[in-house]
Design a protein around this ligand. Structure first.
Ligand code: NAG
Length: 228
């Protein structure tokens, strides 16, 4: 089984910097919530999309890698999926990172399982990879990010288990939402959630999927988008 490694997108914006750049609890919640929001809203709909939950071990793993300040995939990531995002000067912008990853859907053809030539789709396909159910992310402020000329960059690393982007496979099966949930899972907001509780840990009290967060999905003006 081959896991493809998607190219990376670097976004450079202008604004202010947060000191060490660690994710706040709100940002962690937003990451899980937005993943699940986008997963619940895929078009065409998904029959087998699992609910994603935060995983502290993955988060620690992602954070440790972010702290190395390298612009490139973690070669030691093992059987973990990985999405990266970097932004200059401004603090981490979770909704923007998610929007950038999700935007790649425009270039992805689900029925053919292909990405338009010269485009990236790997962040999107990981985001909506049906069988991926654990996510952990870490962020770090890097005065110098190895592999990038710009300085003062906020790096976001998200790791996923099980990993997505298995070569030749579609991210999810098209069909009526939840019609192909694994046994023992129940349907909640068009996603297959594991019993006993899909709302454990960081997800507790997050009943507002589709609520206020959507208002934050406005893109600041981009200075540069580069492909690496
Ligand atoms: C997706 O790929 C299929 C098979 O190659 C093709 O028939 C279809 O037109 C494509 N859809 C889009 C939206 O390009």
């Amino acid at each position: 089984m081959h896991i493809s490694c998607s190219p990376l997108l670097l976004l450079l914006l202008a604004a202010t910097v947060s000191p060490n750049g660690a994710l706040s609890d709100d940002e962690k919640r937003a990451l899980v919530e937005l993943h699940n929001l986008y997963r619940a809203q895929v078009s065409p709909p998904a029959a087998d999309m699992l609910h994603m939950r935060w995983d502290e071990e993955l988060a620690a793993f992602a954070k440790a890698y972010a702290q190395q300040c390298v612009w490139g995939h973690n070669k030691e990531r093992g059987r973990r999926g990985e999405n990266l995002f970097a932004i200059t000067e401004e603090g981490m912008d979770v909704p923007l990172a998610m929007e950038e990853w999700h935007h790649e859907r425009e270039h992805y053809n689900l029925s053919a399982a292909t990405c338009d030539q010269g485009q990236m789709c790997g962040h999107y396909t990981q985001l909506v990879w049906a069988k991926t159910e654990r996510i952990g992310c870490g962020s770090h402020f890097c005065e110098k990010l190895q592999g990038v000329e710009e300085i003062n960059i906020q790096l976001l690393v998200c790791n996923y288990e099980p990993p997505g982007n298995v070569k030749g496979k579609r991210p999810y099966q098209e069909g009526t939402p939840c019609s192909l949930c694994p046994s023992g899972y129940r349907c909640e907001n068009s996603l297959c959630g594991a019993e006993p509780s899909v709302n454990s840990g960081l997800n507790s009290g997050l009943g507002h999927i589709g609520g206020p967060l959507l208002g934050l999905l406005l893109l600041p003006s981009l200075v540069l988008a580069g492909i690496f």
